[in-house]
Design a protein around this ligand. Structure first.
Ligand SMILES: O=C(O)C(=O)C[C@]1(C(=O)O)C=C[C@@H](O)C=C1
Length: 151
């Protein structure tokens, strides 16, 4: 189970989300969608024997990082960097993929937790390296990940 690689993959999709939203002038934050993502994560947590509240906090940290990454890209494009052409569709492609990754992340965390794997913060920082992801966002995710309890 490679939770960090899956977390990095989830965060990597935020550039495509930012392209989609920037092209259409849609705000980065969508609280209704966040509720859907968190709900799905809490349900997956229950299925995999993780404690729901700490799992919720961890997903909130991933979403906060996701919003910061999108804002970072939009800022770069408004400062003159060339925005890539519009590509993947948010509703038909990216969001379903984010939900699949969310399930996979929960499953991987549960496997690690049962295997007695403790979160290695240094290894986490090494493998979760995503353009526009700040050090502080990454640390917040690492801390929330370490806080997830088995039920
Ligand atoms: O689905 C979106 O619109 C996203 O930007 C992704 C995401 C997430 O991380 O799941 C991030 C920010 C939004 O507020 C809602 C959800």
């Amino acid at each position: 189970a490679d939770a960090p690689a899956l977390i990095a993959e989830r965060l990597s999709l935020m550039k495509d989300v930012a392209i989609y939203k920037s092209v259409r002038d849609i705000p980065v934050e969508d609280l209704q969608r966040e509720a859907v993502v968190i709900d799905a994560a809490v349900k997956a947590a229950a299925l995999h024997g993780l404690e729901p509240e700490t799992t919720r906090v961890f997903f909130k940290a991933q979403i906060d990082a996701a919003k910061a990454i999108q804002a970072c890209w939009i800022e770069r494009w408004s400062a003159g960097e060339v925005r890539p052409a519009d590509g993947a569709d948010l509703v038909e492609e990216i969001r379903p993929e984010l939900l699949r990754l969310g399930d996979a992340i929960v499953a991987a965390i549960a496997l690690d937790a049962r295997g007695g794997d403790t979160a290695d913060l240094e290894a986490f920082e090494q493998s979760v390296s995503v353009e526009c992801l700040s050090q502080s966002s990454r640390s917040a995710i690492a801390r929330a990940l370490a806080g997830i309890q088995l039920r």
